[in-house]
Design a binder for this molecule. Structure first.
Ligand SMILES: [Zn+2]
Length: 394
């Protein structure tokens, strides 16, 4: 289907989603009330089982990717539809709806931060990041079915360790995405206007560990080699790698070392967050770290880590997807904008593979990872209608 035709059906999708707003909210409530912190496998797997049932009810073929420590990742595949004479679409490459169902909130958070509705918003742990996005996927599939719309096959992939770096989710996300036509990421939208995200910075984490030599600061001061002083000098070097004009930032976010004030510190370390806007900058930045030499030759520097999420760059494919989204949004009287963000998502991986990726298609709200986490209920129908029409357009 062309974007034009999809735009016309956007109004029908909007009506469907508006009629089902309270049902969507009830589903969202159920999901929020199944707590799913990344580090609690049993809890995350309960959420996975719940979702599998929802997807199967919609006719999806569900596959779990069993994990030892993390929750089992989940894929659901839905057949394409050739109705409306567009027979080519049913067998075409699928469109991937991507997200995660782990949250940053530890078990028991719900008791202090229950699901509640206030001033047109729904509150609760993980409601915005990103259980609302999953509810939107489910209702977009229902809206497609309701409209008997022609569309490609749809694959939903939800991983369970996104909030802790997607260590086990990444290979599955990449293997699934590489066979897809496009990736629509249902992470929260950006800012109070709910912009879509067309670029994200790449993310890295490097630990610098310095080993010096301990001594009594009064008796044997000269024999000591302070790891703290050495680390401090190294940090003053690495912060020079920040280049705001190129979108490169280096942030020593955690520092620790030493034992007592009257001991020359034998050990100190710092954890440093790295952000890059362009993939090409990763190698150079990592090289700069690798080239660090101790100021004091009696100290030893050890580095670990590196860039672990490549940037999601604003590629031609992403711009094309955003253009479609914008056109669809306009037909329901909504002027859609795009933004870039310093935060990473699984969209970084799919975009780096060269698969057109559009992110931030999830809910409008605020407070991701914060106590005021909430979504604007009244925005859910139009955002779901947009997603539905976009699935048709791709
Ligand atoms: Zn998220």
């Amino acid at each position: 289907m062309t974007t034009n035709a999809a735009s016309q059906s956007a109004l029908a999708h909007l009506a469907f989603c508006q009629q089902h707003e309270s049902e969507m909210l009830a589903l969202l409530r159920k999901m929020v009330e199944i707590e799913s912190p990344s580090d609690d496998k049993a809890a995350v797997d309960r959420m996975g089982a719940f979702l599998a049932e929802e997807f199967e009810r919609l006719g999806g073929l569900v596959t779990f990717y069993p994990q030892e420590a993390a929750g089992n990742h989940l894929k659901a595949e839905f057949a394409g539809s050739a109705s409306g004479g567009a027979s080519d679409r049913a067998d075409a490459k699928p469109v991937l709806l991507l997200g995660h169902f782990d949250t940053v909130w530890p078990m028991g958070t719900l008791a202090k931060m229950p699901f509640q509705i206030k001033d047109g918003r729904a509150f609760g742990p993980g409601v915005y990041d990103m259980k609302a996005g999953i509810a939107m996927m489910i209702f977009a599939l229902r809206a497609l079915k309701e409209a008997s719309a022609a569309h490609r096959p749809v694959t939903i992939l939800l991983d369970t360790d996104e909030e802790v770096g997607s260590t086990t989710g990444r290979p599955i996300v990449e293997a699934t995405a590489k066979d897809c036509e496009a990736v629509l990421v249902l992470e929260p939208s950006q800012g109070p206007q709910g912009h879509l995200k067309t670029s994200r910075k790449g993310v890295g984490d490097i630990t610098i560990r310095v080993r010096g030599r301990a001594s009594h600061s009064g008796v044997d001061f000269e024999k000591g080699r302070s790891a703290i002083v050495e680390l401090a000098r190294q940090l003053l070097e690495v912060v020079k790698f920040t280049d705001l004009a190129r979108g490169i930032t280096v942030n020593p976010g955690v520092i620790q070392g030493g034992t007592r004030s009257n001991v020359v510190a034998a050990e100190a370390w710092a954890e440093i967050d790295l952000r890059i806007a362009r993939a090409a900058d990763a190698v150079e930045l990592e090289k700069k770290f690798a080239a660090l030499k101790p100021f004091d030759p009696d100290c030893v520097i050890e580095l670990s880590g590196g860039i672990n999420r490549p940037p999601m760059e604003r590629t031609e494919g992403t711009v094309r997807l955003f253009g479609m989204a914008r056109e669809v949004a306009a037909t329901i009287g909504w002027r859609l904008e795009e933004s870039s963000t310093g935060g990473g998502s699984d969209g970084n991986f799919t975009s780096a593979l060269g698969v057109p990726t559009l992110d931030g298609l999830g809910a409008l709200g605020e407070g991701a990872h914060a106590a005021n986490e909430s979504v604007v209920i009244g925005e859910l129908p139009q955002r779901t209608a947009l997603l539905t029409a976009l699935i048709q357009s791709v």
